[in-house]
Design a protein around this ligand. Structure first.
Ligand SMILES: [Zn+2]
Length: 297
């Protein structure tokens, strides 16, 4: 039996003696935090939540301490650009417009696909601490995001994948949010893949399933008879690592010419963080100090 634990986390498992890799995560608190920070409407909370949930799976796959992954979605929908960053279990997200309201779909679900749009691309940037980051890009196929991520893993990373993502809301409240990634590994037997396909309707509506039972119980239920073994559990949280120091670096990177313009205007500068809506003020004297530290180019 898998030990029961409350709260947001990612559970990594193997099935059938390592033939299949599985990741399941709960992201309820993280999605609520994103909704609160961005004053998001339910459909935007769902879109940002699904994006963060899938990005957390990529973040946990990265092994190095300072490695991070950034997923950007430009689908041409009314939300504009969406962007999520994972630094291992630390997630953050923003969207150009998180106040989009749309009618529900015919099946009563939030219309995430229409809010995000599907005429555009998803790009994945993995910063591995090397000079050049890894960049993967793929055309969006639905804008609902689960299918888009499955397509990304299958085509760009050559890992055939089944992905479920869900954020269940009631008004401003996130009731449950989570996701599931299933990847049969090379050499996986056909009978195992058949089993997974047969069971896929069980986890299609994952956030609703999560309201009925703890995630550990769901995993035991879904993968009964497939020898699920927990390999790793990692807590997840919404965390923005921005700081005054980082904003100083951003200002310095503007270069002397831009800084001189700001100094001449004598109104100081205010920098806001897209991810957590913190604001950092700099006086003209402080800008003069940063000017001295900027390169002369
Ligand atoms: Zn921030």
């Amino acid at each position: 039996m898998i030990e029961r634990r409350e709260g947001d986390e990612l559970i990594r498992l193997s099935l059938m003696d390592g033939q299949v890799r599985v990741m399941m995560c709960e992201t309820t608190a993280m999605c609520q935090r994103a909704a609160d920070i961005h004053h998001a409407t339910p459909v935007c909370t769902a879109a940002m939540g699904r994006l963060m949930t899938a990005t957390s799976m990529m973040g946990v796959m990265m092994k190095g301490e300072n490695e991070s992954v950034t997923v950007t979605i430009k689908g041409g929908g009314p939300m504009g650009t969406l962007c999520a960053v994972a630094n291992h279990g630390d997630l953050k997200v923003y969207a150009d417009n998180a106040q989009v309201e749309l009618p529900l779909r015919e099946d009563g679900k939030l219309n995430v696909g229409a809010a995000v749009g599907k005429d555009g691309r998803m790009s994945v940037v993995k910063d591995l601490g090397l000079r050049e980051p890894y960049v993967g890009q793929i055309e969006l196929v639905s804008g609902e995001l689960a299918i888009d991520f499955a397509n990304y893993f299958t085509v760009s990373e050559q890992s055939p994948s089944l992905v479920a993502l869900g954020v269940l809301t009631s008004g401003d409240a996130v009731l449950k949010a989570g996701g599931l990634l299933i990847q049969p590994l090379p050499g996986c037997e056909d009978s195992t893949i058949d089993q997974l396909e047969l069971r896929s309707p069980m986890f299609a509506d994952i956030s609703r399933e999560m309201t009925f039972a703890p995630k550990e119980e769901l995993l035991e239920d879904w993968f009964r008879g497939m020898d699920p073994v927990v390999l790793e559990r990692e807590p997840l949280r919404y965390h923005c690592g921005c700081s005054r120091y980082r904003m100083e670096k951003a200002l310095i990177s503007l270069g002397r010419k831009e800084l001189q313009n700001l100094i001449d205007e004598d109104k100081g500068a205010e920098l806001g963080c897209h991810f957590c809506h913190s604001y950092y003020q700099f006086s003209t004297d402080e800008l003069k100090d940063l000017f001295q530290r900027a390169s002369r180019e």
